[in-house]
Design a protein around this ligand. Structure first.
Ligand SMILES: *[C@@H]1O[C@H](CO)[C@@H](O)[C@H](O)[C@H]1NC(C)=O
Length: 363
């Protein structure tokens, strides 16, 4: 573990093969239900103008290797079939995390010029910032109207889970161009330390989404007793062996998603949650995904979501990696590396995130 900290600055794809002893495994997968989003009471006040184009260092230019399917001569449009598509949200609260995630992807890609980013935003003015930080990035910014989901969101155990942009992932199939047939959705509190094209090429078989599954997590607790005792609800899982998965890293077949109308099916469950007298779950955007896909996802290797690194943001609650190789580090949980670094109380693994941080503190 120690050498990870010492050499973190030099980390690259080489670290991917670290195998840690099982004794270092420290948190139950169920912890991940607190994943992806931050507790609002831990937020520092951030106003939309606290970032501008000079807030981030310009990233170096990342070039394709010679044997990449490169469309150097003639700018490839979003419909170019050789592109790898990645969708990430960009908001003021998580901006630093999103920028680090993009940086980490480019740095570890053999063909960085073949990665196309789809940014989902609800704030304005972030496009110029992306341009100045990554001058040659292929990307498109999509405005996600918070009103699209506001009426469907019911209060959850964590206020941050109610942020409308958390629900943008439900709408990727509608928001992205129809020529985009597959997308990797990534949360904003992670870094990729392997070539993202490997994740992109994951076989989904007949499934609509792929994600690492956690079958030893207690699935019962993701839904209420009311849900489990009413067969008209719990019957949704009949014929399936549902396992928890984290919606912060997903490979989505957008053609199947569109064909089977999953957006409407998610909205239907949100409507049920909102209107029934007894709620059927306590969390935010995750449960509808479990309702539709748990037990029916293409399993992806766990190296692609080493989650839970955020921990509880309580002193001493730093988390370790799960045993096994690492291709993606995910600071799910309420602690975020940029806040801990700023408060000079980082967890050991936060230095791995810091290697991709492009934020410049004004002095
Ligand atoms: C799983 O969670 C439910 C609800 O919290 C609990 O009643 C049950 O005992 C748990 N099962 C196991 C095997 O821990």
């Amino acid at each position: 573990m120690l050498w990870i900290m010492k050499f973190s600055g030099f980390f690259s794809a080489a670290m991917v093969m670290i195998v840690l002893s099982p004794s270092l495994q420290s948190f139950p997968p169920a912890e991940a239900i607190r994943s992806s989003h931050v507790d609002s009471h831990l937020r520092l006040p951030v106003d939309a103008h606290s970032f501008d184009e000079s807030s981030f260092r310009k990233a170096p230019a990342f070039r394709n290797a010679d044997d990449c399917h490169s469309s150097r001569f003639g700018k490839p449009g979003v419909c170019d079939p050789s592109l790898v598509h990645v969708a990430i949200t960009l908001d003021v609260e998580y901006l630093r995390g999103s920028v680090a995630a993009v940086h980490s992807i480019l740095q570890h890609s053999k063909c960085p010029e073949s990665v196309f980013f789809h940014f989902l935003v609800s704030d304005t003015g972030l496009e110029a910032l992306v341009h100045s930080t990554f001058p040659e990035l292929k990307f498109k910014v999509y405005y996600f109207d918070p009103d699209r989901v506001r009426s469907l969101i019911s209060s959850s155990v964590r206020q941050a889970l109610e942020q409308p942009l958390n629900y943008a992932r439900n709408y990727l199939a509608d928001i992205l161009e129809s020529c985009v047939t597959r997308v990797i959705y990534l949360d904003s509190d992670l870094v990729v330390v392997d070539d993202v094209s490997k994740l992109w090429r994951t076989g989904l078989g007949s499934k609509t989404i792929g994600a690492p599954e956690y079958c030893h997590a207690n699935f019962t607790k993701y839904f209420t007793e009311h849900f489990w005792t009413d067969p008209s609800f719990s019957g949704v899982f009949s014929g399936r062996n549902p396992c928890y998965f984290n919606t912060g890293v997903m490979v989505i077949d957008l053609v199947k998603w569109r064909k089977f109308g999953y957006t409407l099916r998610i909205e239907k469950w949100m409507e049920i949650q909102k209107t029934s007298i007894n709620r059927i779950y306590e969390l935010g955007s995750l449960p509808p995904f479990l309702l539709l896909f748990a037990g029916d996802v293409a399993p992806i290797e766990h190296r692609w979501n080493q989650h839970g690194l955020g921990g509880d943001n309580v002193r001493g609650s730093c988390r370790d990696l799960h045993p096994g190789p690492v291709s993606l580090l995910h600071w799910s949980g309420s602690g975020k590396p940029w806040r801990r670094l700023d408060s000079r109380r980082p967890c050991p693994l936060d230095s791995l995130w810091a290697a991709f941080d492009l934020y410049e503190h004004s002095t």
